[in-house]
Structure formats: structure tokens, C-alpha cells
Design a protein around this ligand. Structure first.
Ligand SMILES: C[S@@+](CC[C@H](N)C(=O)[O-])C[C@H]1O[C@@H](n2cnc3c(N)ncnc32)[C@H](O)[C@@H]1O
Length: 371
């Protein structure tokens, strides 16, 4: 089967690398990375991918410019290979810069076409849809229609550890990407001085412990009649065995807001990382550590709103002071502010464009001045 590990804009290359590290041949393209595998491989990708949003089976792709073409294309696909007679198959959709731009029409035509195909194959007129869920998407981009079957169900950023939200928490997938793009090595101290609800800390710990991000959550494909659940259970068991629970890690965070720290502690417990990560209430301007060679990685307060910009400038300046106080360390920060480098008064060693939701940002890494 051909699959797409869907990813946020800017993370496609990282997801391709993750797939290659899992042993798949992968190719990045806008919106994700493509690879070939079977159901077991799809389950492995769901368990292990840290930066992807979903793992989708590509059922078919074709250029369509009319509803009739769309109907004929979807009817031509071998749905009976994927959907059993009792399948529940909701269809979602999106259309971008195409001749067919009515999402609701494209969804209902896709649904009708699948019913038409299955009616012929199963020789029934009406489907109860009383069984497991097989989420289908019709996506039309510049007239190229792609029909996919979602093996993940809930998006992959939902690892299962976050049940409380704090001030502007970062998505788990973006946090995982920031950890991977930072210069951090697992044997080095990791410190988030504006840790909020702890997303960066938890994603760093998972990486250091080789803990599959999806280890304790469920995926849509686990209830499918087309997959052998015992095999999937075995894959999960093997992933569990690969987690290095006792790996020595030095991951610490602080935040000025005691409520955020309370949430952070709850998340750490939910993530099964009690005793692995230290957090405390602290203004980052007062952070002064004995360790050297620290990797500071953070998502500081942005100051997007007018009037907050002065505050954002002060935050940048103070982060520079924090770095100066820790010679031999590095600071990696995600910011939408094009003036961040000027404010922090140094040049980034590496930069990467990332999106925090819809907000275009840069992920910048600064060494200490003597490096
Ligand atoms: C964008 S949020 C970080 C969210 C975090 N990455 C998460 O996933 O929850 C910025 C955080 O900076 C904290 N903050 C603001 N000023 C601070 C200061 N002077 N020292 C430490 N933390 C501060 C806020 O309390 C907030 O939690």
C-alpha cells in the first residue's frame, strides 16, 4: 500500500527522516512524506512518528474537474479490499484551488460512489454502518483528487498525556520537531525556562528514553477487520520493550506561573514520567545553573498583540542574558518576531521556518558568544 504520513507545513523533511529511521523508504512532499508498507508498517508508523499528524492509506489519486469524473474515479477504486460490509465510513473533505470547490458536494459524491461500489460487490443496497470506523478523506488540490483512509483516528499529536490546557501550549508534534532540530544530545542537560504545561520537556524525555510517542493511545486501525489485532499487540509490546525506562536523563523546566507548573506536573505524571523531569516556579531572568553545556529550548511568550511587542523585546533581551550566564550552552527558540535576533543581539547559527498553528515562525539556535 502507498501511504502518506501527513505533517504540518515545514515538518515534512523531519517526518521523512523519522520514516527512514524506522526503516521505510520515504519521500517528502508538501503536506507530508510518502512511503510504502502494509498494515503492520502503518501501525509501526502510528506508534513511533513524533512529528506527523496522521498516517493515511492512499486509496487513489487522479485529476478530476467535474462531479461526474469524481464519481467515476471513486467508484473505480477497490473499496471492498478495505471496507467490510458493516464498515462505518464517514467522509471528510477539503478543496484548494480547484475547479471543484464545494467541499460538501465532493464529500457526498465520494460517499455515494463508495456505496455504489460496495453495493455491487456485496450485493446489498443499504449499509447499516454498524461496525468499526474507517475515516475517509477526499482532498482536491489544484484539481488532483486524493482519496485516503485514515489509520490513526485521533490526530497523532494527541499522545494521551495532555488533558489540561495552559497559556498557549505548543502542539506535541511541533515540540517534538523543536527538540529534534535543536543541538540537544540525550546525554546533555535540557532546560526549558518558559516550560508552561511541559510539552517540550515531555517530548525531550520520550526521545531520550526511546519511548514511542503513541505507546499508550489507540489508533483507528486497531479495530479494523482487515488487520490482525494479535500482530498489532505484538508490535506494541516490542515498542514497550524498547523504551529505556532507566535511561539517565537531565531534563528540567521552570515557569513564572505556579498554575502552569501545577499543570506541567500533572502532565508529567500522565505521561508516565514521574521523577524523570524536574520543574519549579521561577522567573527565567533568575535562572542560574551550575551545569555547563546546557541546551535551552523554549517557546517564550510572543507578544503578538499590539502593546505586547515591548514585552517581547524584553523577553528576547533577557534570554540573551540567560545564555551569557551559561557559557558553553546553546539557546533554541521558536519566535514569530523577525526582530528577535536584533533584540537578542547575536546571530543565529541555524534557522528554520516553522508554523505554530497558522503563525509563521522561525526556529533559531544561538550558541554562547564565545562558541
Ligand atoms: C507560549 S507559553 C509556553 C507554552 C509551553 N511551551 C507549553 O507547551 O505549555 C509561554 C510561557 O512563558 C511563561 N513566562 C512568561 N514570562 C515568564 C518569565 N519571566 N519567566 C518564566 N516564564 C515566563 C508563561 O507563564 C507561559 O507559560
Amino acid at each position: 500500500m502507498e501511504l502518506m504520513a501527513a505533517a504540518a507545513f515545514g515538518l515534512e523533511g523531519l517526518v521523512k527522516q523519522e520514516l527512514q529511521d524506522l526503516g521505510f523508504m520515504a519521500k517528502a512532499e508538501q503536506g507530508g512524506a510518502r512511503f510504502e508498507t502494509d498494515y503492520e508498517g502503518a501501525f509501526t508508523a502510528n506508534l513511533w512518528l513524533a512529528c506527523a499528524d496522521r498516517v493515511l492509506i492512499i486509496i487513489g489519486e487522479q485529476k478530476v474537474t467535474s462531479f461526474e469524473e469524481l464519481f467515476n474515479f471513486v467508484t473505480s477504486l477497490p473499496w471492498e479490499h478495505y471496507l467490510p460490509r458493516d464498515a462505518r465510513f464517514p467522509v471528510s473533505g477539503n478543496c484548494v484551488r480547484s475547479q471543484l470547490m464545494s467541499v460538501s458536494d465532493c464529500q457526498s459524491i465520494t460517499k455515494k460512489a463508495i456505496v455504489e461500489r460496495l453495493s455491487r460487490k456485496y450485493k446489498v443496497k443499504w449499509f447499516e454502518e454498524s461496525g468499526s470506523t474507517y475515516p475517509i478523506t477526499i482532498a482536491i488540490h489544484k484539481d488532483l483528487a486524493r482519496v485516503t483512509l485514515d489509520t490513526s483516528g485521533n490526530a497523532l499529536n494527541k499522545r494521551g498525556y495532555r488533558t489540561w490546557v495552559g497559556e498557549a501550549p505548543i502542539r506535541e508534534t511541533l515540540a517534538a520537531a523543536m527538540v529534534r532540530l535543536s543541538p540537544w544530545q540525550a546525554d546533555q542537560p535540557f532546560y526549558d525556562p518558559c516550560c508552561g504545561t511541559g510539552t517540550l520537556l515531555i517530548e525531550a524525555a520520550y526521545l531520550a528514553m526511546n519511548r514511542a510517542p503513541g505507546l499508550t493511545r489507540e489508533f483507528a486501525m486497531e479495530s479494523w477487520a482487515t488487520v490482525d489485532s494479535r500482530v498489532l499487540q505484538q508490535i506494541r509490546k516490542e515498542a514497550k520493550a524498547r523504551c529505556m525506562k532507566d535511561a539517565p536523563i537531565n531534563i528540567v523546566g521552570s515557569d513564572i506561573d505556579p498554575e502552569a507548573i501545577k499543570l506541567c506536573e500533572k502532565h508529567i505524571n500522565q505521561a508516565g514520567l514521574q521523577g524523570k523531569i524536574t520543574v519549579r516556579t521561577k522567573d527565567f531572568r533568575d535562572v542560574c545553573l551550575q551545569d555547563g553545556n546546557i541546551c535551552f529550548v523554549t517557546n517564550p511568550p510572543y507578544g503578538e498583540r499590539l502593546g505586547d511587542q515591548k514585552k517581547a523585546a524584553l523577553v528576547a533581551k533577557s534570554l540573551g542574558v540567560l545564555l551569557d550566564r551559561h557559557p558553553g550552552s546553546s539557546l533554541s527558540v521558536i519566535t514569530p518576531d523577525a526582530r528577535f535576533e536584533a533584540q537578542v543581539k547575536r546571530q543565529a547559527k541555524t534557522r528554520r521556518r516553522l508554523y505554530n498553528g497558522r503563525l509563521e515562525c522561525e526556529f533559531l539556535t544561538f550558541p554562547t558568544l564565545n562558541q
